[in-house]
Design a protein around this ligand. Structure first.
Ligand code: CTP
Length: 406
């Protein structure tokens, strides 16, 4: 198993308050556990009326803290628990808890920990729309947002548990998770770096309803973009059609065809420290695209295909990318083909995987492969989750490029 936790310890104080959205925090706990984050759950007295501490204890695999004092004489929990935390996440956060923090109150364990700590605090509010819109709450949020160590993942709009409709619904769990991972990944070896990631397939349309494409799911590219954000990079993701939700903190631009991809990457004057070209670009496009739907009725339909430009070669010639990594899915002579692509495309490295296997690669959550560098050196990557592979690729590249952990 190789993941972020292998390189850096991540310690999270997860504050749970008395909001009905607390049931969503159970899913959040599961996401943190998957990344081997150490979770210290802290429940306010009211939160325990919504869910049992036993559930939180089981999901976090840790004792739930609620009382201010260790009755066995161990000391003051608010001091002990605030030490060594990388992040205090409060999700869901009620208007009441936000108000107490804004006023500097320390009347329960959670608010005391916030006051006694100096690590980042991330607050995900959830409440009735009227409570959120109330000037008192708005002022409290504004006041806290002005502090460098405090940030918010604001609620979404929609139908609320109380029956009202409006803003107040706890932000998407995946967004809260990604925003937290940004703080938990404290060794930021991509800080200050601009990274362009491409992902997914392209579609080349023959007529308004038919296209040529490939089975790329885009998962590898999305994980690269997500993890690069966690590690501090300024990330732009240019994506072909996928079913994946855009990762939090990443600028996403959706494109359809190889030509769109080329324009999105090369028409802008932006410069990047790193290009990760994981998109599966269609090698051909239709010579002619019909504006109308082509009708049945001819026994044989002949179409002409024209080769798409090699975008990586163009990117390499543009001089706008300091380091370029291609991705190749090969079905035979895996290493030889990958090495020849490095030379042909003028790139610095290529990540290659074997598509003759069904348990890795296309559409799968797992991948396995090799990073081959232009100097001929090869790094093997064992079978692992695409997220872990993304982390592995980025840490290998950072090492090679001398990008230090900050
Ligand atoms: N690529 C590209 N432009 C294309 C085709 C591919 O930039 N028109 C990029 C892919 O995004 C990938 C790398 O080139 O990063 C290797 O893709 P692959 O399909 O393996 O390379 P091809 O040059 O298309 O070679 P093959 O004949 O094996 O398909």
């Amino acid at each position: 198993m190789f993941g972020v936790a292998e390189i850096m310890e991540m310690r999270l104080v997860l504050g749970l308050t008395g909001s009905i959205a607390i049931y969503k925090a159970c899913e959040l706990l599961r996401l943190f556990k998957k990344e081997n984050v150490q979770i210290i759950p802290v429940m306010t007295p009211d939160s325990k009326r919504f869910i049992s501490p036993l559930l939180v204890e089981s999901l976090s695999q840790n004792k739930v803290y609620s009382d201010m004092f260790d009755e066995s004489g161990g000391g003051f929990y608010h001091i002990m628990l605030s030490r060594g935390a990388d992040l205090i996440l409060i999700a869901p956060a009620t208007a009441n808890t936000i108000a107490k923090i804004a006023a500097g109150l320390a009347d329960n364990l959670l608010t005391s920990i916030v006051l006694a700590s100096d690590c980042p605090v991330l607050i995900a509010p959830a409440m009735n729309v009227k409570m959120l819109e109330n000037l008192i709450t708005q002022r409290n949020i504004k006041r806290l947002s002005e502090m460098e160590r405090i940030s918010f993942v604001m609620p979404e709009s929609g139908e609320l548990a109380c029956g009202d409709t409006g803003q107040g619904r706890l932000a998407d769990i995946d967004d809260i998770f990604d925003a937290s991972m940004f703080y938990l990944c404290k060794e930021k070896f991509l800080r200050g770096k601009r990274v362009l990631v491409t992902a997914g397939p392209t579609r080349e349309f023959m007529d308004p309803v038919r296209f040529l494409s490939n089975p790329s799911s885009g998962k590898m590219g999305y994980e690269l973009a997500r993890v690069a954000y966690w590690l501090g990079a300024d990330v732009r993701l240019v994506s072909g059609p996928t079913n994946i939700k855009p990762p939090y903190g990443v600028r996403v631009e959706n494109i359809i065809s190889a030509d769109d991809m080329k324009k999105a990457m090369l028409d802008s004057r932006e410069e990047y420290d790193l290009l990760l070209m994981s998109a599966a670009i269609s090698d051909w496009m239709f010579e002619k695209r019909s504006d109308q739907k082509i009708k049945r009725g001819c026994e044989k339909l002949q179409v002409d295909l024209r080769e798409n430009p090699d975008i990586l070669s163009l990117a390499s010639k543009s001089g706008r990318f300091k380091y370029i990594v291609g991705f190749a899915a090969e079905s035979e002579n895996v290493v030889e083909n990958a090495i020849s692509k490095i030379g042909k495309k003028g790139i610095d490295a290529i990540v290659v995987n074997d598509i003759s296997r069904s348990d890795i690669g296309f559409g799968n959550d797992y991948n396995e492969g090799k990073i081959i560098f232009s100097d001929g050196s090869i790094q093997n990557i064992d079978k692992m989750r695409k997220r872990d592979m993304a982390f592995r690729i980025l840490s290998e590249l950072a090492k090679r490029l001398g990008w230090k952990k900050i």
